[in-house]
Design a binder for this molecule. Structure first.
Ligand code: CUA
Length: 290
């Protein structure tokens, strides 16, 4: 683009200098009309047409299926991200995203140097999946599935956000992308697929007794709610509440106790009436689920 624009700029400026300085008054009105028709209409049409053709021909490559990378379904939800690794099946328009993989939330692991196919959907309102360091924004739209293919080229941790206003907690809908080696990626996904490390005890009992399982799944236990984030390996994530607070047992207790205070607009009700022993037991148990 720079080379082409430079050549055209030199041509136009050169012609101007030629007709006004080098040979002033030597060109007829007819020559001017020819210049406008050929230089102003035909030439740009041909050049831009060729560039359009070239650009369209490149597009299937950008959207080609992932060759060796995983297939991941991501659902933008008020106000967090459902991440599902290893889904299969073709998603239908107006259907929800395919399931069947391993579910997690608010953290997306990607293998470096692999074309990874991501299917984006939403059950509620339009959100927008955006990791500025890796790819442009793509909306998650209720009733349809958008598809992007990413190929991260270097390892690291990158921040993502929701880039479409979706409600009160829109600004607290962040996530992290961890680009890792294939071996580290495989190890993380295997760990995500495993059932919870601790499946009994006072924290688990309090979790079940207070209805947490109505919304949250902890695989390996009776908790199988589908509304909120999967908590099977919640302690392995770096943050709580979609990028809001660092992952510590104290912050887990704070989030459960003062949910709407730390994250205004959140869909989860605050459990501020919970006795402190039960609150601390739940937080300790969740903090024990790497
Ligand atoms: Cu989700 Cu903004």
């Amino acid at each position: 683009m720079l080379a082409g624009a430079t050549a055209i700029w030199i041509l136009v400026v050169g012609l101007s200098v030629f007709v006004t300085v080098v040979k002033p008054g030597r060109f007829s009105e007819r020559a001017g009309v020819h210049l406008i028709v050929w230089g102003g209409c035909v030439f740009p049409t041909v050049v831009l047409g060729a560039l359009l053709w070239y650009g369209l021909a490149l597009m299937p490559g950008f959207r080609a299926p992932a060759d060796e990378g995983p297939r991941i379904a991501i659902s933008g939800e008020r106000f967090w991200w459902r991440v599902n690794y290893g889904v299969d099946g073709t998603p239908g328009v107006a259907k929800s995203l395919p399931r069947g993989g391993t579910e997690s939330a608010n953290e997306l692991w990607l293998p470096v140097g692999k074309r990874t196919e991501i299917l984006l959907g939403s059950p509620d309102v339009i959100h927008s999946f955006w990791v500025p360091s890796i790819a442009g924004k793509t909306d998650t739209i209720p009733g349809r599935v958008n598809r992007i293919v990413l190929e991260p080229t270097r390892e690291g941790v990158f921040n993502g956000v929701c880039a479409e206003f979706c409600g009160e907690a829109h600004a607290q809908m962040g996530f992290r992308v961890i680009v890792a080696s294939q071996a580290d990626f495989d190890a993380r996904i295997a760990a995500e697929a495993a059932p919870a490390a601790v499946t009994s005890g006072p924290g688990y009992d309090a979790f079940m007794a207070n209805g947490c399982a109505g919304c949250h799944t902890v695989r390996g236990t009776e908790a199988a709610g589908r509304v909120g984030p999967d908590l099977t390996h919640v302690a392995a994530r770096a943050t709580i509440g979609a990028g809001l607070l660092p992952m510590t047992t104290e912050n887990l207790a704070l989030f459960i106790h003062s949910t709407g205070h730390v994250k205004p607009g959140v869909e989860m009700p605050a459990f501020s009436a919970l006795p402190k022993t039960e609150l601390d037991a739940i937080a300790a148990w969740l903090g024990d689920l790497p």
